[in-house]
Design a protein around this ligand. Structure first.
Ligand SMILES: Nc1ncnc2c1ncn2[C@@H]1O[C@H](COP(=O)(O)OP(=O)(O)OP(=O)(O)O)[C@@H](O)[C@H]1O
Length: 263
């Protein structure tokens, strides 16, 4: 396993009676997999993901290991040389050009005061190209649309050359074409992916395995067709669902509706 989480929790208010946001979650991610994390609003997906990418320490306990090592025994730099993050609403606070924003992805690999190398520049160009944002290189990041920002931040994460990429709702702000392009790009990368997704059809089409979360706990794990059943979707999201196999993709296709709107 490349990444494992063992019994990780995050209780608001610490060790006492605080609210239990994530409750004893255990999971594993193998090299090369695209693993999805799905569940209703507020169930704890982002909090769990933050514990996986070393932004939040488990409280009161639990352990996350990357390639066998406790992530909190690695330095932030060492962790960032091997993993990258596209966080939810990460687009605040950059007042630089698109080029410089993407170049930030090279930081963990550069020594202090070193100038950007030819390799750094080539990588930034290539990553901007990959996400369809090469033409934006000279613009201020702050002036971009939500979807353009999302693509540039993905280019920054890819410029880090991560073995493992964490993404929190990466298809937010993207039109349907870019949603699909981004997911195809993620699949084409020689990179392991852990991704929080709201769109169950995107998760079903692109993820090798899915973890389904409810009220802070991981309820189910498996291939999309095993996890995203009408019964589970009803149990967790409170909506009716029908699942069939999409003729073009061969992957599960889900239609949902509210009960009172049924014929
Ligand atoms: N630092 C914090 N302080 C207070 N409450 C928090 C904190 N972090 C998370 N929470 C609460 O924990 C719950 C889970 O939040 P989290 O963002 O992990 O959920 P999520 O499943 O990612 O939600 P969404 O799908 O809406 O993005 C929410 O009710 C949130 O308000």
């Amino acid at each position: 396993m490349m990444l494992t989480a063992s019994d990780v929790s995050w209780h608001l208010g610490g060790r006492g009676e605080g609210r239990r946001i994530v409750r004893g979650a255990s999971l594993g991610v193998q090299a090369g997999e695209c693993v999805g994390l799905v569940g209703p609003n507020g169930c704890g997906k982002s909090t769990l993901l933050r514990m996986l990418y070393r932004s939040l320490a488990p409280v009161p306990g639990g352990q996350v290991r990357f390639n066998g090592r406790d992530i909190w025994r690695m330095s932030a730099r060492e962790f960032a040389q091997q993993t990258a993050v596209l966080a939810q609403d990460a687009s605040q606070g950059f007042d630089s050009s698109v080029w410089d924003t993407v170049m930030l992805g090279r930081l963990p690999h550069q020594s202090a005061w070193a100038k950007d190398s030819a390799k750094d520049k080539a990588l930034v160009r290539e990553r901007l190209e990959q996400v369809g944002a090469r033409h934006l290189a000279g613009q201020r990041f702050a002036s971009l649309s939500g979807g353009e920002k999302q693509r540039v931040l993905l280019a920054r994460a890819l410029a880090q050359q991560p073995q493992l990429l964490f993404l929190d709702e990466p298809t937010n702000h993207l039109d349907i074409r870019y949603q699909l392009e981004l997911m195809h790009l993620l699949k084409a990368l020689a990179c392991t992916v852990v991704v929080v997704l709201h769109d169950l059809n995107i998760a079903a089409q692109f993820c090798d395995r899915i973890y389904l979360m409810q009220e802070g706990a991981l309820l189910a794990c498996g291939a999309p067709e095993q996890v995203l059943t009408p019964q589970r979707i009803h149990q967790v999201f409170g909506v009716r669902a029908e699942v069939d196999v999409h003729a073009a993709t061969g992957r599960p296709r889900i239609a949902y509706w509210m009960e009172q709107h049924a014929a």
